[in-house]
Design a protein around this ligand. Structure first.
Ligand code: ZN
Length: 557
């Protein structure tokens, strides 16, 4: 068919008019942008949470609209899902070594490690989208933001209204806590048995070296008005100055920003030590580095555990988590240089300690929990004793009468039993599973290329007790014994791990024979600890070299 040229022109003009702004101010106004996507939480009026396909579709839509983000994958889950890691920057860095982003602080936000606790997934997706709004763009002048919105995909895809019924909404349900191996990923930071934690170590922590990690969760316990609670790395075998900086400086500042800029209340994480007598104090969680944020402290990096308040409705939990992330970014943007400096100084202190001719470092084997110098104020409720029908005894329940409790805050772990840190650890016989674990953590691992006669401390095990019950697929070992100084011949092939490296606190925690979360505990050395038909345990195959000496060695990794 032959088209009339003038008619075609008219049609085109009408088509153009349809998209022109009515004022005719075409020169000033850009053409309308596509609408930014809504999360499943927003689109469902907070009745549902995203599945994996929703998350990936949301990210694809954002990528069509903005050049500020790129999607990497940090690993593949047991059930076969590629786990997205969103890189947000201006410009978006091609890799961690991209010189255009040198000097920026890398912030890593992780959500959904427990896939029943979905607020972080929805809030972090909203955050990625909203980072491209004009007022949020300045963050990207100083920060590169990494987001893993759906860390535990396997758990997420088991969404059911039957999961976590203690929390009000989302009514269409949430995922489950474990990953596809039935492991709790927030107990896997040391043994690193899951593809998720292995991917985190390799493709986030060792590759991008984020200065700060934020791990998003939801609480299970106490009743209060604050809708976000938080914790910092709690293990005192991490750098003490860095711990002190976070609990006394950084997090109180984030709490103030939350209240002033976003009208959301936050407080340090905890439970009442005695729900019948809240005035006895508020107590934080356990200090072991199997918990991810505690582990990050051992790496001389900053970490925040975000625990959203379970008794708030779903929408409040998501918005509170979103506001918390904004407050963290506000603080990080204002203090990017300080965060980089504080962590670099902690690295320098750690390396200097390992290089000292005489060992000055100490390692805590167990801990006392003490109150911080300042009390904490929990905006709680008067408690009352309620006898439920069929319950064996009355339970303490919050009434609807508000009550503020200003009480001691038990959140300072202090070493109780201490041992000296060596210059390095020797592992003999070498153990492939141990070496693999150490390398995964990013440690420098070396091997003697010639035999060496060395003065070492040997831990002579008197007793090994395996736990009666399984925990994360293990019967955790507890060992007792004593150290003896001896001169010992180590053959070529012996593994050596120096403490003159930035990750020395991780190395010590994994290798100290009596460490409460080390590789002895997690059964990595079981075959070496008791020989066939032996009546006595063997000495621990990890020996402590107390002063630096020249060694002929080569790098394993
Ligand atoms: Zn959790």
């Amino acid at each position: 068919m032959k088209r009339h040229p003038r008619l075609a022109l008219v049609v085109i003009s009408f088509a153009l008019l349809a998209v022109l702004p009515p004022t005719g101010a075409f020169a000033q106004n850009p053409p309308p942008k596509p609408r930014p996507p809504l999360t499943v939480a927003e689109a469902s009026d907070f009745k549902a949470t995203s599945r994996y396909a929703d998350v990936m579709a949301f990210l694809r839509e954002l990528q069509m609209q903005s050049s500020y983000l790129r999607v990497e994958f940090l690993g593949t889950s047991t059930e076969g899902y590629d786990i997205p890691l969103v890189v947000v920057g201006h410009p978006v860095p091609a890799s961690p070594n991209d010189p255009r982003t040198a000097g920026k602080a890398v912030i890593y936000i992780q959500a959904n490690i427990h896939a029943g606790e979905v607020e972080g997934k929805e809030a972090s997706l909203m955050l990625i989208r909203d980072l491209f709004q004009r007022t949020r763009l300045p963050y990207l002048d100083r920060l590169v933001i990494l987001v893993a919105p759906i860390f535990n995909v396997d758990g997420n895809e088991k969404i059911s209204p039957a999961n976590r019924r203690q929390q009000p909404g989302p009514e269409e349900g949430v995922g489950v806590r474990p990953n596809g191996q039935n492991l709790d990923l927030n107990r896997d930071a040391m043994k690193a048995e899951s593809p998720e934690i292995r991917g985190l170590l390799e493709n986030v922590l060792n590759r991008w070296d984020p200065v700060l990690l934020v791990d998003c969760h939801t609480t299970n316990g106490a009743h209060h008005e604050q809708t976000v609670t938080y914790a910092w790395p709690l293990n005192p075998n991490g750098d003490r100055d860095l711990i002190e900086f976070q609990r006394s400086n950084m997090l109180p500042a984030v709490e103030r920003i939350m209240k002033a800029a976003y009208g959301t209340l936050a407080v340090g994480y905890g439970m009442f030590r005695d729900p019948r007598a809240p005035e006895k104090g508020w107590q934080t969680l356990e200090p072991q580095p199997r918990y991810l944020t505690n582990y990050i402290g051992l790496r001389n990096r900053l970490a925040i555990l975000d625990e959203n308040y379970v008794h708030a409705d779903y929408k409040t939990r998501v918005i509170s988590n979103y506001n918390f992330l904004l407050a963290v970014l506000d603080y990080s943007y204002a203090n990017a240089g300080l965060l980089l400096k504080a962590t670099a100084e902690a690295d320098a202190r750690t390396v200097a300690r390992g290089l000292a001719a005489k060992p000055a470092g100490l390692f805590g084997l167990d801990f006392d929990l003490r109150a911080l110098p300042n009390p904490v104020t929990i905006l709680g409720f008067e408690m009352e004793s309620v006898q439920r029908e069929g319950a064996p005894f009355p339970q303490m329940k919050p009434s609807d009468r508000k009550k503020a409790y200003t009480v001691p805050y038990y959140a300072d772990f202090v070493p109780k039993t201490i041992v000296p840190l060596p210059a390095g650890y020797l592992i003999s016989p070498p153990n492939a599973g141990v070496v693999e674990n150490l390398v995964r953590h990013g440690l420098l691992v070396e091997r003697l290329s010639a035999p060496a006669k060395l003065e070492v401390q040997t831990f002579k095990i008197k007793e090994i007790k395996a736990a009666a019950n399984f925990y994360q697929g293990h019967r955790l070992n507890a060992v007792s014994g004593e150290y003896a100084a001896e001169t010992k011949e180590f053959p070529a092939g012996t593994i050596f791990v120096t403490l003159a490296q930035p990750l020395a606190n991780v190395a010590a925690y994994l290798l100290e024979p009596q460490s409460d979360d080390g590789l002895v505990v997690w059964n990595f050395f079981d075959r070496d600890l008791v020989g066939q038909w032996a009546r006595q345990p063997s000495p621990c195959p990890v020996y402590k070299l107390m002063a630096p000496v020249p060694l002929v060695k080569e790098t394993v990794r």
